[in-house]
Every structure is written in structure tokens, then in C-alpha cells.
Write a protein that binds this ligand. Structure first.
Ligand SMILES: [Fe+2]
Length: 159
């Protein structure tokens, strides 16, 4: 019989890690919906560039979400998967529906900073639990979000 290959996180850190992983998974969903909201409702002189940038960002986020969930399952951690759970676990705010184009850019910049920081805080825990593939994925995602954050700040002339 083939030896089981899946890594199962165990021990005292497992519950914390599960909670942290699901918090960021929920944040990715809030970010995904928020990017659509901004993509649809952005108005003003920067419409064309922001409309397109937000689309690029939600498309990337969609791919991150699916990979992240499947990597969680690979280490025997159940991803939250309902809207109710996403809203209960997320730490970033939904779109308010009243943002102007500058507030959209500033809000996304703050969200990306928060999410990337929290993702990087999980890396050590993931490595300690031998979830090395997920640790790599989390770092790649954080790097990408940091880059988009820089671009948004540069776009605003705030660099
Ligand atoms: Fe669209």
C-alpha cells in the first residue's frame, strides 16, 4: 500500500495556523469582490487605466484563491467556503460604494499592505509544519501584492 503523501499539520500550532490561513483566505475573497466593485464603479479621469488595472488584479486574485484552497486541502486544513464565513473571518473591509477613484487606490493599497504582511507572518509557522509548498505560494503572493501596492502608491504620486 502506498504511503500517504499528504502533510497533516498537527500539534499546538495547528489551530492557530488554520485560523490564520482562513483569515487570509477570507481576505482574498473580500479583495476579489472589492476589485470587481471598483472595476465597475470607478469614475473620472483615470477610468480607463484603473478599470483595466482592477481587472488584472481580480483575475490574479481568482487564481490565487483556487491554488490557496487546494494547497490548504493538501495539508488537511479545511478552507472556509461560504460568504458568511468569508465575512466572519476577513479583516479587510468591503467596498462602501461611495469611494472616488483616489480612495479606491488608497484603500486597495492599504488592503494589499495588510494582506501581504499577514501572509508573510504565516511563513515560519507553515515551514515549521513542513507545509513548504504553501509557504512558497504565500510568499509569492505576498511579493506580488507588495508590488501592486507599490504601483498603486506610485500611481497616486505617494512614493
Ligand atoms: Fe469587466
Amino acid at each position: 500500500m502506498a504511503k500517504r503523501q499528504a502533510i497533516e499539520i498537527k500539534g499546538q500550532s495547528a489551530r492557530t495556523l488554520e485560523k490564520d490561513l482562513n483569515r487570509e483566505f477570507a481576505n482574498l475573497h473580500v479583495l476579489y469582490v472589492k476589485l470587481h466593485n471598483y472595476h465597475w464603479f470607478v469614475k473620472g479621469t483615470h477610468f480607463f487605466s484603473l478599470h483595466e488595472k482592477f481587472e488584472e488584479m481580480y483575475n490574479k486574485t481568482k487564481d490565487y484563491i483556487d491554488d490557496y484552497a487546494e494547497q490548504m486541502l493538501a495539508i488537511q486544513v479545511q478552507p472556509v467556503a461560504t460568504m458568511k464565513e468569508f465575512m466572519a473571518n476577513a479583516t479587510i473591509e468591503e467596498a462602501s460604494g461611495t469611494e472616488d477613484q483616489q480612495e479606491m487606490v488608497d484603500n486597495l493599497s492599504a488592503d494589499l499592505q495588510a494582506i501581504s504582511g499577514q501572509l508573510l507572518e504565516m511563513v515560519e509557522d507553515l515551514e515549521n509544519n513542513k507545509a513548504l509548498s504553501l509557504a512558497d505560494a504565500v510568499q509569492d503572493m505576498a511579493r506580488d501584492f507588495q508590488k501592486d501596492d507599490w504601483m498603486l502608491r506610485a500611481y497616486s504620486g505617494r512614493e
